[in-house]
Design a protein around this ligand. Structure first.
Ligand SMILES: [Zn+2]
Length: 208
């Protein structure tokens, strides 16, 4: 009896864990890819050493804030310094959320037309004119990579400077469900913009 109960509990745990590994239909995948236009970090036109890298850390365990699993991809900056690397919107959309989260630090959440929620976390700063409800174009600068989060508002330095990218897609009930951004980011690598990092007044003329 106890063994059966244990079995049921284990099954439940596995299903719960797998529920975040939503498998998308090919059509859903291509719908997402159609909306994604640029890799979220442009390369520097002036300094080749300002590079960045990422690996697939989907579902790795994280301990801050209780046992949980990594719901995204961390893009690590080779220069471990906040406020240097710009972040651009991967797609057109509307700024749905802006502000502090204990885990995410200063974050921007952008909702695309198809309903995909793109989450950019641990920012050092936002572009000054960005606000909730605002329409944003793919490639537009939204802020700068930092090391904010894991504490009360303004907490920095708890981890290396990086951009956390999260993808969330509403399920049938309408609640956002995490997707692994890694394969999509890989596809976007070939669509990376080039910027003068020192130029804060980004516009299309500055890109190449
Ligand atoms: Zn992360």
């Amino acid at each position: 009896m106890i063994i059966i109960l244990f079995d049921i509990l284990m099954q439940y745990a596995i299903t719960r864990n797998l529920s975040s590994n939503r498998v998308l239909k090919k059509t859903e995948q291509s719908e997402i890819l159609k909306e994604l236009e640029f890799f979220p970090i442009p390369v520097s036109l002036d300094d080749e050493s300002l590079s960045f890298s990422y690996v697939d850390t989907w579902n790795q365990s994280r301990t801050y804030g209780g046992d949980r699993h990594h719901e995204g991809t961390d893009i690590m900056t080779d220069l471990n310094e906040p406020g240097i690397y710009p972040v651009v919107s991967m797609s057109d959309g509307v700024v749905e959320k802006l502000g502090w989260l204990e885990l995410g630090g200063y974050r921007v959440g952008i909702r695309t037309d198809s309903g995909l929620y793109l989450y950019y976390a641990h920012l050092q700063s936002y572009m000054p004119d960005i606000k909730e409800g605002q329409e944003i174009k793919a490639g537009e600068c939204i802020g700068f990579i930092g090391d904010t989060g894991y504490g009360k508002e303004g907490t920095t330095g708890k981890f290396a400077t990086h951009l956390h990218v999260g993808f969330y897609l509403p399920d049938k009930e309408g609640s956002d469900e995490a997707l692994n951004p890694y394969p999509y980011l890989q596809k976007l690598t070939e669509k990376t913009l080039s910027y003068h990092y020192h130029n804060y007044d980004y516009n299309k003329e500055d890109t190449a």
